[in-house]
Design a protein around this ligand. Structure first.
Ligand SMILES: [Zn+2]
Length: 95
């Protein structure tokens, strides 16, 4: 990950809205369905049924992350709740 991605002062409401919409659309995509079919949580590596996995932004939208395939990973509810707004790699380091 590039350093420039880490500290982003502020993102606009419009940016957040647009990224949330994109994420919604991607959730219906074949790409995402195949991902959750595999059933592996990106963070803890355990297996889950597809309906127990949520779409997680590795770099959260509020930190400037985009709803793009390389920023979206399946996460179990437990990891998702623990991660909250931390960056993915920070979470992994503290885990
Ligand atoms: Zn997990």
């Amino acid at each position: 990950m590039e350093k420039s991605l880490i500290f982003i002062p502020e993102v606009s409401e419009d940016f957040i809205k647009a990224q949330r919409q994109k994420a919604k659309a991607l959730k219906k995509s074949r790409w995402w369905r195949q991902k959750i079919q595999k059933g592996v949580c990106y963070y803890c590596g355990r297996k889950f049924p597809p309906n127990e996995l949520t779409m997680d932004h590795v770099v959260p939208i509020i930190r400037g992350g985009r709803s793009e395939k390389n920023n979206l990973v399946p996460a179990c509810k437990e990891c998702n709740a623990r991660k909250k707004h931390k960056l993915g790699f920070e979470f992994q380091l503290n885990n």
